[in-house]
Design a protein around this ligand. Structure first.
Ligand SMILES: Nc1nc2c(ncn2[C@@H]2O[C@H](COP(=O)(O)OP(=O)(O)O)[C@@H](O)[C@H]2O)c(=O)[nH]1
Ligand SMILES: [Mg+2]
Length: 316
């Protein structure tokens, strides 16, 4: 394990790949890994791409990678799609020409499906991003389905969040309502070859302008046709502008601090749910309490308060 970590830190891609698999399947000493990479993760810039399935995220990222490669940047791409029953590559295979990227030493691509996602996918993604950063990629791009059904907390790990939409998305208003508008730094209306793109773009712009944001960054709305490589240069430019903005204003320090705090809270929430589920079945006093609830001896609400007492979550 230590050897694997050391060779990864020395730039060995096979070791990197093995470590990602180990993280995904949960069979490694996480403490050892995290202690080894903790102080090596700050130089990478993390870009999160989220939006409904089929809106063109992977296509867009593929072209974006091509563009960033021309600037000689080292890029890692993690595609997370918990809706996909396939892991490792199936997801990307028919979308972008992975073989093109394999030719380049500067690009590393992985996908993650449902495997190993027992409630902890956020943790798995966060750790993988840290690993990529420690390996020394200049840019780490994470794609995740972000609307409704699956919630990877993409904003907890990203410096710049891109939200993709498409003209025909009838549920566009829902996207706005679900609060995604608050988390995106750049909006992309993709598939402008289809009718209705300017309508959606205007609606988004209106919504953005109607909200007073607490920072000076006004998220741009960019029109693209990812499958024809149209608008990708504008997206790349917007990312650069946002990055400059964060660096100049010092916002990057605040943002990363907030991200770490949100990551922490989300992990604690996950962990405590898991812990309590275990206790519900294993702790003798709690099992007794459950039996009393079943028998109608104690009201479930009162029992829930009593459980807090039992596990020590007393109100101060
Ligand atoms: N018509 C049209 N199709 C696109 C465009 N961008 C991507 N696609 C296609 O939309 C489908 C879904 O794209 P994909 O990148 O896999 O979407 P994802 O699920 O958001 O990652 C693919 O068949 C793409 O070729 C576009 O601008 N116009
Ligand atoms: Mg995709």
């Amino acid at each position: 394990m230590q050897n694997l970590i050391s060779s990864m830190l020395n730039g060995d891609r096979r070791s990197l790949s093995k470590l990602v698999s180990a993280i995904e399947h949960g069979n490694l000493d996480l403490n050892l890994l995290l202690n080894n990479i903790h102080d090596k993760t700050s130089d990478s810039y993390i870009i999160g791409v989220t939006g409904p399935p089929g809106s063109g995220k992977s296509t867009l990222v593929g072209n974006l990678i091509n563009q960033l490669c021309e600037e000689n940047l080292k890029i890692a791409f993690l595609a997370v799609d918990p809706t996909s029953p396939f892991g490792g590559g199936a997801l990307l295979g028919d979308r972008i020409r992975v073989s093109d990227f394999n030719l380049s030493e500067n690009v590393f691509i992985r996908s993650m499906g449902t495997r190993g996602s027992g409630g902890g996918l956020n943790g798995v993604v966060g750790i993988t991003v840290d690993l990529f950063a420690a390996f020394g990629f200049d840019i780490v791009i994470v794609e995740s389905v972000g609307v409704g059904q699956v919630d990877i907390d993409i904003m907890n790990i990203s410096d710049t969040v891109i939200l993709t939409t498409v003209p025909e998305a009838g549920d566009e208003i829902q996207i706005l309502k679900r609060g995604l508008i608050e988390i995106a730094d750049i909006f992309v209306v993709n598939k402008i070859d289809r009718p209705g793109s300017s309508h959606i773009a205007n609606a988004l712009e209106e919504e953005i302008n109607s909200r007073g944001r607490d920072i000076d960054w006004i998220p741009p709305v960019i029109l693209s046709q990812a499958n024809k490589n149209i608008g990708i240069d504008l997206i790349s430019e917007a990312i650069q502008k946002h990055k400059d903005f964060l660096k100049k204003s010092g916002g990057i320090v605040t943002k990363r601090g907030l991200n770490r705090d949100r990551q922490f809270i989300s992990l604690v929430e996950n962990n405590s749910v898991e812990l309590i589920r275990k206790l519900l079945n294993s702790d003798e006093q709690i099992v007794q309490l459950r039996n009393k609830v079943k028998q109608g001896v104690i009201n479930p609400y009162i029992a829930a308060f009593e459980l807090n007492e039992l596990i020590g979550l007393r109100k101060k």
